[in-house]
Design a protein around this ligand. Structure first.
Ligand SMILES: [Zn+2]
Length: 355
């Protein structure tokens, strides 16, 4: 991956963008796309847009969601400990014994999640996974008054983990889900910006509030009103020892982006992506979405009488954990596949299922 792109990715993955407080990541994204686009814009809830070749046809929306899962301050005890609630699909089994950062008006405040020392636990009993409401943060405050000076109810919290290289092109970070999606959407602009004869209008979008119900996607699918939407998000990599491939499919890190089939995934666009991938020698994998994609595509395709959409995934291990793992080559291929699709469409082309 070329250096400016990698630096952009790191900045996104090290930013804090818990659902409903996505502004830090949105600012990083807008700074990167501004010189690549003809114009940028934001809307009332902080969805961000970058336009290339406006007036071109068809209008293609390439999109990801900027928000990451996290936590939110719920209660501060008399002793100054902080209880919190989850934002999005968090796993309580991972919460104890971690460093976390609370985002406050005065900047980040470090805390650690307390746990009972093994010495004080009942012997001979299997330890139970904690309930989220039983977990607490220790910020080193001496009492409630001191804690309240720093932290307010509703402040968002993330794991302290950031971007690190695991080995070669395999990297780990919290919230790859889904800052990689907005990275890919931005890279499409970089890949297409010097194309002399760009046919379609490209609208790269970084949505908000996906993790709690695809809300930004519903807003932007309606307002952008594209002819087709390519939705970049993470997909489950199943190449780890504890996953049953017969149940969850066979998706490997480093084997290319994943194209979803079923539900919102428009069959004509799916076929076209497969053709483009074959033509351009971009490796792809498939996954099944029989009841929905679980991504922004589920909200976008319902807008305006039906917007042809496809969810394209980046293989991701340990989703919704502080140590998600992805392959940089897959990420480059994801952006490439979307860009090549944009170059392949014909002026005014419409996508419709033949009945
Ligand atoms: Zn997610």
């Amino acid at each position: 991956m070329q250096t400016p792109s990698l630096e952009f990715l790191k900045a996104l993955l090290n930013s804090v963008s818990v659902t409903s407080q996505e502004q830090p990541a949105q600012r990083v994204w807008l700074d990167y796309v501004r010189p690549l686009a003809d114009r940028v814009a934001t809307d009332a809830y902080g969805n961000a847009f970058a336009y290339l070749n406006e007036g071109g046809s068809p209008k293609i929306m390439v999109t990801g969601h900027s928000d990451e899962i996290g936590f939110m301050v719920q209660n501060i005890t008399d002793e100054g400990f902080i209880y919190f609630t989850g934002v999005g699909g968090v796993d309580p089994a991972l919460v104890r014994g971690q460093r976390m950062r609370i985002q406050t008006r005065a900047g980040p405040v470090l805390g650690v999640t307390g746990s009972l020392a093994p010495h004080m636990q009942d012997r001979g009993k299997d330890p139970e996974a904690p309930k989220l409401h039983e977990c607490f943060l220790d910020i080193g405050a001496k009492d409630k008054k001191e804690a309240q000076k720093l932290v307010r109810v509703g402040d968002v919290i993330t794991y302290a983990d950031g971007f690190e290289i695991l080995r070669g092109d395999i990297v780990t970070a919290r919230g790859c889900d889904n800052r990689i999606g907005i990275f890919a959407a931005a890279e499409v602009l970089r890949l297409l910006r010097n194309e002399k004869k760009l046919t379609p209008c490209i609208v790269a979008v970084s949505t908000v509030q996906e993790e709690i119900g695809l809300h930004g996607a519903a807003m932007t699918g309606y307002s952008v009103h594209p002819d087709v939407a390519l939705v970049a998000d993470v997909g489950q990599a199943t190449d780890i020892p504890i996953v049953n491939k017969n149940r969850f499919g066979d998706v490997k890190l480093g084997k290319g982006p994943i194209i979803g089939r079923g539900s919102a995934n428009h069959p004509v666009v799916v076929d076209r992506l497969e053709t483009v991938a074959a033509k351009k020698k971009i490796p792809i994998q498939f996954s099944t979405d029989p009841r929905g994609t679980g991504t922004d595509a589920d909200a976008i395709f319902l807008q305006r009488g039906g917007i042809p959409s496809v969810s394209i995934g980046l293989p991701n291990r340990y989703m919704h954990s502080p140590v998600e793992v992805i392959h940089l080559d897959d990420l480059e291929k994801l952006a490439q596949l979307m860009a090549e699709f944009c170059l392949d469409v014909k002026p005014g082309e419409k996508f419709a299922v033949k009945v």
